[in-house]
Design a binder for this molecule. Structure first.
Ligand SMILES: Nc1ncnc2c1ncn2[C@@H]1O[C@H](COP(=O)(O)OP(=O)(O)O)[C@@H](O)[C@H]1O
Ligand SMILES: [Mg+2]
Length: 252
């Protein structure tokens, strides 16, 4: 067994990367898969969202070689769900890694030993295309791009597509985009529906059929440290993320 290595990528913040990482992960766990979540954002939002506390060692310690990735894996209160926490020190990596040789391949080297132990390893990226995200791109097998259903999102998407095609030319020739995921969809907004339609006609094979609705419960759940399928099993967000999980499995 070798884990599917997926990253959640968008240089824009607040588009649902972390929310998707947690809740897709938790939905896959509910299907019986063993999932490791890696918090690679100095904000540590992913860590809090699964009741993690950023207790050391964190991803920072793993990247700088203070501990092995194996030693940094923590259990969560949720069955089949594991975490390597993030912490504020990750912000320093942008500077610390600059002079290092092969500085884009640290994550790949450090996480390699975990491949045989999980069905999925998810890395939650920060909202930038700096050295941390480049490390994630060098390591990943595939990318999920969460996006809000707004017109301004589409410009960002073009930049992302260019970035990924550059990554394929050097850093990681085998990486692929698993899908574009629309988040925070509001049924009442005609604009939301138009953006999804336009993007789908432009990238017909990429846009996931599942759309994540805007839901207060999805926004509340991380403040209790709970994935949505634990916090509110009957919520529309729970259904959406489990439908996304089935789509993801079908696309692998
Ligand atoms: N479908 C949704 N409905 C309502 N709020 C959401 C939804 N998805 C995410 N949010 C909220 O929007 C904010 C940004 O989401 P987040 O996943 O942290 O984005 P990112 O990781 O891309 O910065 C968070 O407060 C989150 O709880
Ligand atoms: Mg985030």
């Amino acid at each position: 067994m070798s884990a599917h290595r997926i990253i959640f990528l968008n240089q824009k913040g607040g588009v649902g990367k972390t929310t998707t990482c947690v809740n897709l992960g938790s939905s896959l766990c509910a299907m019986g898969y063993k999932v490791l979540l890696v918090d690679f954002d100095s904000q540590g939002n992913l860590t809090g969202a699964v009741s993690g506390d950023g207790r050391k060692p964190t991803m920072y310690d793993v990247i700088v070689g203070r501990v092995t990735a194996q030693d940094a894996v923590q259990e969560t209160p949720f069955q089949n769900l594991f975490l390597i926490p993030g912490s504020i020190d990750l912000a320093g990596l942008n500077v610390e890694l600059v002079g290092e040789e092969d500085n884009n391949y640290f994550l790949k080297k450090r996480l390699a030993e975990l491949d045989s132990q999980f069905d999925f390893i998810f890395v939650d990226c920060p909202p930038s295309l700096g050295v941390i995200t480049m490390n994630a791109l060098a390591w990943a097998e595939s990318i999920i791009i969460p996006m809000q259903c707004e017109y301004f999102s589409m410009e960002g998407l073009n930049l992302l597509m260019r970035t990924v095609s550059n990554v394929r030319k050097g850093l990681n020739p085998d990486i692929r985009i698993l899908g574009i995921l629309f988040t925070m969809f509001s049924k009442r907004s005609r604009l939301n529906a138009e953006v999804i339609q336009d993007t789908s006609s432009f990238f017909p094979d990429l846009v996931f059929k599942t759309v994540i609705p805007r839901s207060v419960r999805l926004a509340e759940a991380p403040s209790y440290g709970l994935p949505i399928n634990v916090y509110d099993i009957s919520n529309a967000g729970t259904k959406a993320y489990s439908s996304l999980a089935r789509e993801v499995v079908d696309r692998l």
